[in-house]
Design a protein around this ligand. Sequence first.
Ligand code: C5P
Length: 333
Amino acid sequence: MTGVQATSSQTVTALAPAKLNLSLHILGKRADGYHDLLTLFQSVDLCDQICFSFSHAQQNHLDLRIEGSSAYPDFPLDNSNIINKAAALFWHSQANLAPKKITATISKNIPIGAGLAGGSANGAATLVALNQHFGHPLAKDDLLELAAQLGSDVPFSLTGGTCLGKGRGEQLEKIPIEPGVTFVLVKPIGLSVSTAWAYDAFDRSARHNGREIQGLLNHYGDLKSQLLDKNVGGVAQLLVNDFESVVFEHQPVLKKIQANLLKLGCLSAHMTGSGPTMYGLAANAQHAKQILSQMEPVKNHATGFAIDGVLVNAWLANSINHGIKVVEDDEKP
Ligand code: C5P
Protein backbone atom coordinates (compact mmCIF):
# COMPACT_ATOMS: atom_id res chain seq x y z
CA MET A 1 0.00 0.00 0.00
CA THR A 2 1.28 3.46 -0.87
CA GLY A 3 0.66 6.81 0.72
CA VAL A 4 1.05 8.49 4.06
CA GLN A 5 -0.32 6.47 6.98
CA ALA A 6 -2.52 8.24 9.46
CA THR A 7 -0.75 8.60 12.77
CA SER A 8 -3.76 9.30 14.94
CA SER A 9 -6.78 7.38 16.19
CA GLN A 10 -8.92 4.67 14.59
CA THR A 11 -12.18 6.18 15.79
CA VAL A 12 -13.24 9.79 16.10
CA THR A 13 -16.60 10.80 17.56
CA ALA A 14 -17.89 14.28 16.81
CA LEU A 15 -20.77 16.30 18.21
CA ALA A 16 -22.56 18.32 15.52
CA PRO A 17 -24.74 21.11 16.99
CA ALA A 18 -27.84 22.62 15.39
CA LYS A 19 -27.94 26.34 14.59
CA LEU A 20 -30.55 29.04 14.87
CA ASN A 21 -30.69 32.18 12.75
CA LEU A 22 -31.78 34.55 15.50
CA SER A 23 -32.10 37.26 12.87
CA LEU A 24 -31.88 37.12 9.07
CA HIS A 25 -32.07 39.80 6.38
CA ILE A 26 -31.86 39.04 2.67
CA LEU A 27 -30.01 41.81 0.83
CA GLY A 28 -30.50 40.62 -2.72
CA LYS A 29 -29.79 38.00 -5.38
CA ARG A 30 -26.26 37.75 -6.75
CA ALA A 31 -25.03 36.93 -10.24
CA ASP A 32 -24.12 33.39 -9.07
CA GLY A 33 -27.73 32.70 -7.98
CA TYR A 34 -27.02 32.87 -4.24
CA HIS A 35 -28.31 35.67 -2.02
CA ASP A 36 -26.30 38.07 0.10
CA LEU A 37 -27.41 37.99 3.71
CA LEU A 38 -26.95 39.59 7.05
CA THR A 39 -27.69 37.11 9.80
CA LEU A 40 -27.07 36.39 13.46
CA PHE A 41 -26.18 32.71 13.92
CA GLN A 42 -26.36 30.89 17.25
CA SER A 43 -25.32 27.28 18.04
CA VAL A 44 -27.52 25.33 20.44
CA ASP A 45 -27.06 22.13 22.43
CA LEU A 46 -29.35 20.06 20.19
CA CYS A 47 -26.70 17.83 18.60
CA ASP A 48 -26.25 14.91 16.24
CA GLN A 49 -23.40 12.59 17.22
CA ILE A 50 -21.34 10.84 14.56
CA CYS A 51 -18.82 8.08 15.25
CA PHE A 52 -16.28 7.63 12.44
CA SER A 53 -14.26 4.42 12.51
CA PHE A 54 -11.35 4.01 10.12
CA SER A 55 -9.78 0.83 8.75
CA HIS A 56 -7.22 0.07 6.04
CA ALA A 57 -8.67 -0.57 2.57
CA GLN A 58 -7.71 -0.83 -1.11
CA GLN A 59 -9.62 2.34 -1.92
CA ASN A 60 -11.41 5.15 -0.14
CA HIS A 61 -14.98 4.36 0.83
CA LEU A 62 -17.44 5.70 3.38
CA ASP A 63 -20.21 3.48 4.64
CA LEU A 64 -22.95 5.47 6.36
CA ARG A 65 -25.28 4.02 8.99
CA ILE A 66 -27.93 5.58 11.18
CA GLU A 67 -29.07 4.43 14.60
CA GLY A 68 -32.81 3.75 14.74
CA SER A 69 -32.96 3.92 10.92
CA SER A 70 -36.70 3.19 10.73
CA ALA A 71 -37.40 6.56 12.41
CA TYR A 72 -35.59 8.43 9.57
CA PRO A 73 -36.95 7.21 6.21
CA ASP A 74 -35.95 10.55 4.61
CA PHE A 75 -32.29 10.35 5.64
CA PRO A 76 -30.27 9.17 2.59
CA LEU A 77 -27.49 6.68 3.28
CA ASP A 78 -25.91 6.88 -0.20
CA ASN A 79 -23.50 9.31 -1.87
CA SER A 80 -26.14 12.04 -1.91
CA ASN A 81 -25.71 12.47 1.85
CA ILE A 82 -23.61 15.49 2.80
CA ILE A 83 -21.47 13.20 5.01
CA ASN A 84 -20.37 11.23 1.91
CA LYS A 85 -19.92 14.48 -0.05
CA ALA A 86 -17.76 15.97 2.71
CA ALA A 87 -15.55 12.86 2.84
CA ALA A 88 -15.17 12.92 -0.96
CA LEU A 89 -14.23 16.62 -0.86
CA PHE A 90 -11.68 16.00 1.89
CA TRP A 91 -10.12 13.05 0.04
CA HIS A 92 -10.04 15.06 -3.20
CA SER A 93 -8.11 17.84 -1.41
CA GLN A 94 -5.46 15.39 -0.15
CA ALA A 95 -3.37 13.48 -2.69
CA ASN A 96 -1.14 11.39 -0.43
CA LEU A 97 -3.33 9.74 2.15
CA ALA A 98 -3.42 5.97 2.61
CA PRO A 99 -6.82 4.67 1.39
CA LYS A 100 -9.35 3.99 4.13
CA LYS A 101 -12.73 2.50 4.69
CA ILE A 102 -14.73 4.74 7.02
CA THR A 103 -17.84 3.56 8.81
CA ALA A 104 -19.80 6.60 9.96
CA THR A 105 -22.59 5.86 12.43
CA ILE A 106 -24.90 8.77 13.13
CA SER A 107 -27.16 9.21 16.08
CA LYS A 108 -29.65 11.75 14.73
CA ASN A 109 -31.34 14.26 17.01
CA ILE A 110 -31.62 17.34 14.78
CA PRO A 111 -34.84 17.15 12.72
CA ILE A 112 -34.37 16.95 8.94
CA GLY A 113 -35.51 19.87 6.71
CA ALA A 114 -36.22 22.00 9.75
CA GLY A 115 -34.07 25.12 9.25
CA LEU A 116 -31.71 23.92 11.99
CA ALA A 117 -28.79 23.11 9.64
CA GLY A 118 -28.59 19.48 10.70
CA GLY A 119 -27.14 18.51 7.29
CA SER A 120 -24.60 21.32 7.41
CA ALA A 121 -23.55 20.24 10.90
CA ASN A 122 -23.09 16.66 9.67
CA GLY A 123 -20.94 17.84 6.75
CA ALA A 124 -18.81 20.04 9.02
CA ALA A 125 -18.39 17.18 11.53
CA THR A 126 -17.12 14.92 8.73
CA LEU A 127 -14.47 17.44 7.65
CA VAL A 128 -13.30 17.91 11.25
CA ALA A 129 -13.23 14.15 12.01
CA LEU A 130 -11.27 13.22 8.87
CA ASN A 131 -8.84 16.07 9.43
CA GLN A 132 -8.34 14.88 13.01
CA HIS A 133 -7.82 11.25 11.98
CA PHE A 134 -5.27 12.08 9.30
CA GLY A 135 -3.22 14.26 11.66
CA HIS A 136 -4.57 17.72 10.74
CA PRO A 137 -3.27 18.13 7.18
CA LEU A 138 -5.68 21.06 6.75
CA ALA A 139 -5.42 24.31 8.70
CA LYS A 140 -8.64 25.91 10.01
CA ASP A 141 -8.88 28.30 7.02
CA ASP A 142 -8.53 25.43 4.52
CA LEU A 143 -11.26 23.51 6.36
CA LEU A 144 -13.51 26.59 6.22
CA GLU A 145 -12.91 26.85 2.48
CA LEU A 146 -13.97 23.22 1.95
CA ALA A 147 -16.92 23.84 4.27
CA ALA A 148 -18.10 26.76 2.08
CA GLN A 149 -17.96 24.47 -0.97
CA LEU A 150 -20.30 22.03 0.81
CA GLY A 151 -22.97 24.60 1.68
CA SER A 152 -23.59 28.16 2.84
CA ASP A 153 -24.22 27.20 6.50
CA VAL A 154 -21.37 24.68 6.80
CA PRO A 155 -18.65 27.24 7.77
CA PHE A 156 -20.85 28.42 10.64
CA SER A 157 -21.60 24.83 11.72
CA LEU A 158 -17.86 24.27 11.93
CA THR A 159 -17.13 27.51 13.80
CA GLY A 160 -20.19 27.68 16.07
CA GLY A 161 -21.01 29.94 18.99
CA THR A 162 -22.58 33.32 18.22
CA CYS A 163 -21.58 34.85 14.87
CA LEU A 164 -22.63 37.60 12.52
CA GLY A 165 -22.84 36.09 9.03
CA LYS A 166 -22.39 38.00 5.78
CA GLY A 167 -22.00 37.12 2.10
CA ARG A 168 -24.07 33.97 1.50
CA GLY A 169 -23.58 33.18 5.21
CA GLU A 170 -19.97 31.98 4.96
CA GLN A 171 -18.27 35.24 6.06
CA LEU A 172 -18.28 35.02 9.85
CA GLU A 173 -17.53 37.38 12.69
CA LYS A 174 -17.54 35.62 16.05
CA ILE A 175 -19.13 37.57 18.92
CA PRO A 176 -17.39 36.62 22.16
CA ILE A 177 -20.31 36.09 24.53
CA GLU A 178 -20.92 33.45 27.17
CA PRO A 179 -23.56 30.78 26.55
CA GLY A 180 -26.58 30.64 28.85
CA VAL A 181 -29.60 31.71 26.81
CA THR A 182 -32.49 29.23 26.61
CA PHE A 183 -34.83 28.89 23.64
CA VAL A 184 -38.13 27.07 23.21
CA LEU A 185 -38.08 25.36 19.80
CA VAL A 186 -41.31 24.41 18.05
CA LYS A 187 -41.64 22.47 14.79
CA PRO A 188 -44.94 21.35 13.31
CA ILE A 189 -44.80 17.56 12.88
CA GLY A 190 -44.48 16.49 9.24
CA LEU A 191 -43.78 19.99 7.87
CA SER A 192 -40.60 20.97 6.03
CA VAL A 193 -39.71 23.95 3.81
CA SER A 194 -37.32 23.91 0.84
CA THR A 195 -34.67 26.62 1.26
CA ALA A 196 -34.36 27.12 -2.51
CA TRP A 197 -38.16 27.57 -2.76
CA ALA A 198 -38.14 30.12 0.08
CA TYR A 199 -35.42 32.23 -1.59
CA ASP A 200 -37.31 32.05 -4.86
CA ALA A 201 -40.57 33.10 -3.22
CA PHE A 202 -38.78 36.00 -1.52
CA ASP A 203 -37.36 37.15 -4.89
CA ARG A 204 -40.81 36.98 -6.48
CA SER A 205 -42.22 39.10 -3.66
CA ALA A 206 -39.61 41.78 -4.59
CA ARG A 207 -39.38 42.76 -0.92
CA HIS A 208 -35.62 43.40 -1.08
CA ASN A 209 -35.84 45.94 -3.91
CA GLY A 210 -34.25 49.24 -2.91
CA ARG A 211 -33.00 48.00 0.46
CA GLU A 212 -30.82 50.41 2.38
CA ILE A 213 -27.76 48.29 3.17
CA GLN A 214 -26.08 50.79 5.50
CA GLY A 215 -29.21 50.91 7.67
CA LEU A 216 -29.13 47.11 7.98
CA LEU A 217 -25.41 47.11 8.80
CA ASN A 218 -26.18 49.63 11.57
CA HIS A 219 -29.00 47.37 12.78
CA TYR A 220 -26.58 44.44 13.16
CA GLY A 221 -24.09 46.77 14.86
CA ASP A 222 -26.80 47.61 17.43
CA LEU A 223 -27.62 43.92 17.82
CA LYS A 224 -23.95 43.16 18.50
CA SER A 225 -23.79 45.93 21.15
CA GLN A 226 -26.89 44.59 22.92
CA LEU A 227 -25.40 41.08 22.88
CA LEU A 228 -22.11 42.27 24.35
CA ASP A 229 -24.08 44.23 27.00
CA LYS A 230 -25.96 40.97 27.84
CA ASN A 231 -29.22 42.87 27.37
CA VAL A 232 -31.58 40.01 26.39
CA GLY A 233 -34.58 42.37 26.26
CA GLY A 234 -32.69 44.75 23.95
CA VAL A 235 -31.62 41.85 21.71
CA ALA A 236 -35.23 40.59 21.54
CA GLN A 237 -36.40 43.94 20.11
CA LEU A 238 -33.98 43.72 17.17
CA LEU A 239 -34.67 40.20 15.86
CA VAL A 240 -36.23 39.82 12.40
CA ASN A 241 -36.49 37.05 9.80
CA ASP A 242 -37.18 38.19 6.22
CA PHE A 243 -38.37 34.72 5.20
CA GLU A 244 -41.37 34.95 7.52
CA SER A 245 -43.24 37.29 5.17
CA VAL A 246 -43.30 34.71 2.37
CA VAL A 247 -43.23 31.41 4.30
CA PHE A 248 -46.09 32.42 6.65
CA GLU A 249 -48.30 33.12 3.62
CA HIS A 250 -47.96 29.46 2.61
CA GLN A 251 -47.85 28.01 6.11
CA PRO A 252 -50.14 30.18 8.26
CA VAL A 253 -49.73 27.66 11.06
CA LEU A 254 -46.28 29.15 11.67
CA LYS A 255 -47.75 32.59 12.29
CA LYS A 256 -50.09 30.98 14.83
CA ILE A 257 -47.12 29.34 16.55
CA GLN A 258 -45.31 32.68 16.67
CA ALA A 259 -48.36 34.34 18.25
CA ASN A 260 -48.64 31.46 20.70
CA LEU A 261 -45.00 31.66 21.79
CA LEU A 262 -45.39 35.40 22.40
CA LYS A 263 -48.65 34.86 24.30
CA LEU A 264 -46.90 32.30 26.51
CA GLY A 265 -44.31 34.93 27.46
CA CYS A 266 -41.36 34.58 25.05
CA LEU A 267 -39.43 37.84 24.70
CA SER A 268 -39.28 37.29 20.95
CA ALA A 269 -40.37 34.49 18.60
CA HIS A 270 -39.16 33.90 15.04
CA MET A 271 -38.56 31.30 12.39
CA THR A 272 -35.00 30.00 12.04
CA GLY A 273 -33.59 30.12 8.48
CA SER A 274 -36.28 29.30 5.93
CA GLY A 275 -38.15 27.34 8.60
CA PRO A 276 -40.27 25.66 9.57
CA THR A 277 -38.79 25.51 13.10
CA MET A 278 -39.76 28.49 15.24
CA TYR A 279 -37.77 29.59 18.25
CA GLY A 280 -38.96 31.53 21.27
CA LEU A 281 -36.41 33.51 23.27
CA ALA A 282 -36.87 33.07 27.02
CA ALA A 283 -35.60 35.40 29.76
CA ASN A 284 -33.74 32.48 31.41
CA ALA A 285 -33.82 28.67 31.78
CA GLN A 286 -36.58 28.73 34.41
CA HIS A 287 -38.72 30.98 32.22
CA ALA A 288 -38.22 28.63 29.25
CA LYS A 289 -39.36 25.61 31.33
CA GLN A 290 -42.40 27.55 32.46
CA ILE A 291 -43.30 28.42 28.84
CA LEU A 292 -42.99 24.77 27.76
CA SER A 293 -45.05 23.61 30.75
CA GLN A 294 -47.96 25.76 29.55
CA MET A 295 -48.18 23.85 26.24
CA GLU A 296 -50.71 21.05 25.91
CA PRO A 297 -48.80 17.73 25.88
CA VAL A 298 -49.75 14.88 23.51
CA LYS A 299 -50.10 11.51 25.29
CA ASN A 300 -47.28 8.97 24.81
CA HIS A 301 -45.13 11.41 22.85
CA ALA A 302 -42.12 12.78 24.73
CA THR A 303 -41.80 16.02 22.73
CA GLY A 304 -45.32 16.19 21.23
CA PHE A 305 -47.66 19.09 22.00
CA ALA A 306 -50.80 20.58 20.48
CA ILE A 307 -50.89 24.30 19.64
CA ASP A 308 -54.32 25.50 18.43
CA GLY A 309 -55.03 21.93 17.33
CA VAL A 310 -51.72 21.59 15.41
CA LEU A 311 -49.36 18.79 16.42
CA VAL A 312 -45.84 20.03 17.03
CA ASN A 313 -42.58 18.88 18.49
CA ALA A 314 -41.37 21.30 21.12
CA TRP A 315 -38.24 21.20 23.19
CA LEU A 316 -35.78 23.44 25.03
CA ALA A 317 -32.31 24.25 23.69
CA ASN A 318 -29.50 26.26 25.25
CA SER A 319 -27.00 28.48 23.49
CA ILE A 320 -23.47 27.04 23.36
CA ASN A 321 -20.20 28.66 22.34
CA HIS A 322 -18.73 25.97 20.12
CA GLY A 323 -19.28 24.34 16.75
CA ILE A 324 -18.09 20.84 15.89
CA LYS A 325 -16.52 19.19 18.89
CA VAL A 326 -14.53 15.94 18.95
CA VAL A 327 -15.69 14.17 22.10
CA GLU A 328 -13.97 10.82 21.99
CA ASP A 329 -10.73 9.86 20.37
CA ASP A 330 -9.30 6.37 21.01
CA GLU A 331 -5.52 6.63 20.90
CA LYS A 332 -4.82 3.27 19.27
CA PRO A 333 -1.40 2.67 17.72
O1 C5P B 1 -25.60 26.67 0.11
P1 C5P B 1 -26.71 25.70 0.21
O2 C5P B 1 -26.48 24.46 -0.62
O3 C5P B 1 -27.12 25.37 1.61
O4 C5P B 1 -27.98 26.41 -0.42
C1 C5P B 1 -29.16 25.74 -0.79
C2 C5P B 1 -29.93 26.63 -1.74
O5 C5P B 1 -30.40 27.79 -1.03
C3 C5P B 1 -29.10 27.18 -2.89
O6 C5P B 1 -29.15 26.34 -4.00
C4 C5P B 1 -29.76 28.50 -3.18
O7 C5P B 1 -30.91 28.27 -3.96
C5 C5P B 1 -30.24 28.95 -1.83
N1 C5P B 1 -29.34 29.90 -1.13
C6 C5P B 1 -29.26 31.21 -1.59
N2 C5P B 1 -28.47 32.11 -0.93
C7 C5P B 1 -27.80 31.76 0.20
C8 C5P B 1 -27.86 30.44 0.67
C9 C5P B 1 -28.65 29.53 -0.02
O8 C5P B 1 -29.88 31.55 -2.61
N3 C5P B 1 -27.09 32.69 0.84
